[in-house]
Design a protein around this ligand. Structure first.
Ligand code: GLA
Length: 369
C-alpha cells in the first residue's frame, strides 16, 4: 500500500515538474522576464516601421541623394515617412522672389508616393535658411511689415498648395521662441523684428487655408528644457485661445547621451498634450557626446554606446507609452554615414544604423519590447 502511494506521489511530482518545465519554456519563447522579447526571437526581416506599426509613423530626413541604390532600399524597409532635410526650407525652395526650385522637393514627394511613404513638410517659416531677398527691397533696404507679410503669405500658399494632399504634416513655424531670456517669449528673428508677434498666428492660418487637412506643427529644439518648454507652452496656449489652427508640437530631439532626462521628457509631453495638441518627434538624433567639452575617450567606446542605448531605450519607452498622442517619430538622417551633427574630424554616431547602413546594437534594443 505504502509502495503504491509512493509511486503515485512520485508520478505526481514528475508530472508537475514536466508541466513547470513546459511552462517555463513557453515563457522564455514569449520573451524575457521583463515582458520584453529575447534578442534571439526578433525578426530581422522586419523594418523599424513594422515593429512600430501599432504605435506611430517612423520617419527619416533625406535629401534626393539618399533616394538611390542601397540607401533607397534601406529607407523603404525601415521607414514610412520622409522629411526633406533641406530642400523644402524657405531659402532652397524659394531662392528668388519669382523663382521656386521644385525639382528636388518633387523628387522626395514622388519617391514617397511611389513607395507608399507619408511626407512631412519642413519648414514654412524660419529665420535660418531663408533667402535674403525676403527681407529686402530692390535698393537693399529692409521691407515694411506689409511687404514682409505679403511675401510670407505668398510663399506659404504656393508651397502648401503645390503639395496639397501629398504632405500630411507641415512644420509651419520653426524655432520662434526665445532660448534663454526669461523676460521674453519670442525670439528676435528677422520676422519678429519686422512683423512683431502677428506673423506667428498668420503663418498657421495661411497654411490651413492652403491645405485644411494637413496637420500643422510648431517645431523647436530644447522643448524638454523646463524654462523653454514653458515659453513655448505660453505661446501655444495664446494661439489656441485665439482659435489659431495649430495641431501639434514638434520635439526636434537633437539630444545627447545625458539630455534630456526622463522626467523632463515626460513633463514636456504632458504639458503640451494638456493643451490638446499632438506630439511629433521631428529630428531625432542622439550624440554620443554630452556636450561640446565632453570629448574624453573620443570615439564610439563601449561606455558611450551603452549610454546611447540607455537614452534611446528610455525615449522609446516614453514614446510608446504616449502612442495615443504621438503621431510620428522622425530621425534626422539615415545612418551614421552622414549626420549634420558630425563635427570636423569628429563623428558623433547619433543614429540607429552604422556607417555601412547596418543596424547598430541600439537598433535591436529599440525594437525589443
Ligand atoms: C534645425 C532645423 C533642421 C536642421 C537642423 C540642423 O533643427 O529644424 O532643419 O537644419 O536645425 O541644422
Amino acid at each position: 500500500m505504502k509502495t503504491r502511494q509512493t509511486i503515485i506521489k512520485t508520478m505526481i511530482t514528475l508530472i508537475s515538474a514536466f508541466a513547470l518545465a513546459a511552462l517555463m519554456m513557453q515563457m522564455s519563447s514569449c520573451g524575457g522576464t521583463d515582458g520584453k522579447k529575447a534578442a534571439s526571437e526578433i525578426d530581422s526581416t522586419k523594418g523599424l516601421k513594422d515593429f512600430y506599426k501599432d504605435y506611430f509613423l517612423i520617419g527619416v530626413a533625406v535629401g534626393p541623394y539618399n533616394l538611390e541604390g542601397e540607401q533607397a532600399e534601406m529607407i523603404k524597409k525601415h521607414f514610412n515617412s520622409l522629411t526633406a532635410e533641406n530642400v523644402m526650407k524657405p531659402g532652397p525652395i524659394h531662392p528668388e522672389e519669382n523663382r521656386y526650385a521644385w525639382e528636388n522637393p518633387d523628387k522626395i514627394v514622388e519617391f514617397a508616393e511611389a513607395n507608399g511613404l507619408k511626407v512631412r513638410g519642413h519648414t514654412l517659416c524660419w529665420h535660418n535658411q531663408t533667402a535674403p531677398w525676403m527681407f529686402k527691397d530692390a535698393e537693399g533696404n529692409q521691407v515694411s511689415k506689409e511687404v514682409a507679410l505679403a511675401r510670407l503669405k505668398d510663399h506659404i500658399t504656393t508651397v502648401v498648395s503645390r503639395y496639397k494632399g501629398k504632405i500630411n504634416a507641415w512644420d509651419v513655424l520653426n524655432e520662434a521662441v526665445e532660448d534663454s531670456d526669461t523676460t521674453k517669449i519670442y525670439r528676435e528673428t528677422m520676422w519678429y523684428k519686422i512683423c512683431g508677434e502677428e506673423y506667428i498666428s498668420k503663418v498657421f492660418q495661411w497654411a490651413h487655408e492652403a491645405d485644411p487637412d494637413a496637420m500643422l506643427v510648431y517645431n523647436d529644439y530644447n522643448t524638454e528644457n523646463p524654462s523653454k518648454r514653458d515659453r513655448i507652452y505660453t505661446m501655444l496656449k495664446k494661439l489656441l485661445d485665439q482659435g489659431v489652427p495649430v495641431h501639434a508640437v514638434g520635439l526636434q530631439g537633437h539630444w545627447n547621451i545625458s539630455d534630456p532626462t526622463e522626467k523632463n521628457l515626460r513633463d514636456a509631453i504632458e504639458k503640451f498634450t494638456s493643451l490638446g495638441l499632438k506630439i511629433q518627434v521631428t529630428e531625432l538624433d542622439v550624440s554620443i557626446y554630452g556636450s561640446r567639452a565632453d570629448t574624453v575617450g573620443i570615439g564610439f567606446t563601449p561606455e558611450r554606446e551603452q549610454k546611447q542605448i540607455d537614452l534611446y531605450k528610455m525615449a522609446f519607452d516614453v514614446f510608446r507609452e504616449n502612442k495615443d498622442d504621438m503621431t510620428s517619430v522622425t530621425f534626422w538622417n539615415v545612418s551614421d554615414l552622414h549626420s549634420w551633427r558630425d563635427r570636423r574630424n569628429m563623428k558623433v554616431y547619433p543614429l540607429l544604423f552604422d556607417e555601412n547602413l547596418k543596424p547598430k546594437k541600439v537598433f535591436w534594443e529599440v525594437v525589443k519590447f
